[in-house]
Design a protein. Structure first.
Length: 118
């Protein structure tokens, strides 16, 4: 299993970023995909998730209305569009996958750093 995140960077408050996660080593279209983040000194938290077919999504309350998760099963890629970014969104962002009721893959990718600062 390989999960490679990209698209992070430094952005001013109110700005936007689009993260991508390229997945390989498993049947992408059979797994729900999710984005997580970990800020310095904090636990990793679930940010957004999308069902295997892409029809159902859910979001952490802190990002609802600002972030959108999507996926392209033909490209084995999941995206996170982040708008109206806030300094508290600063974190390393990771993607992962799971089947319903099952744990995420144990091997997380390297993540991509998102820094929101003026």
């Amino acid at each position: 299993v390989q999960l490679v995140e990209s698209g992070g960077g430094l952005v001013q408050p109110g700005g936007s970023l689009r993260l991508s996660c390229a997945a390989s080593g498993f049947t992408f279209s059979s797994y729900a995909m999710s984005w997580h983040r970990q800020a310095p000194g904090k636990e990793r938290e679930l940010v957004a998730a999308i069902a295997s077919a892409g029809g159902r999504t859910n979001y952490a309350d802190s990002v609802k209305g600002r972030f959108t998760i999507s996926r392209e099963n033909a490209k084995n890629t999941v995206y996170l569009q982040m708008n109206s970014l806030k300094p508290e969104d600063t974190a390393v962002y990771y993607c992962n996958a799971n089947r319903p009721g099952r744990a995420y893959f144990a091997d997380w990718g390297q993540g991509t750093q998102v820094t929101v600062s003026s």
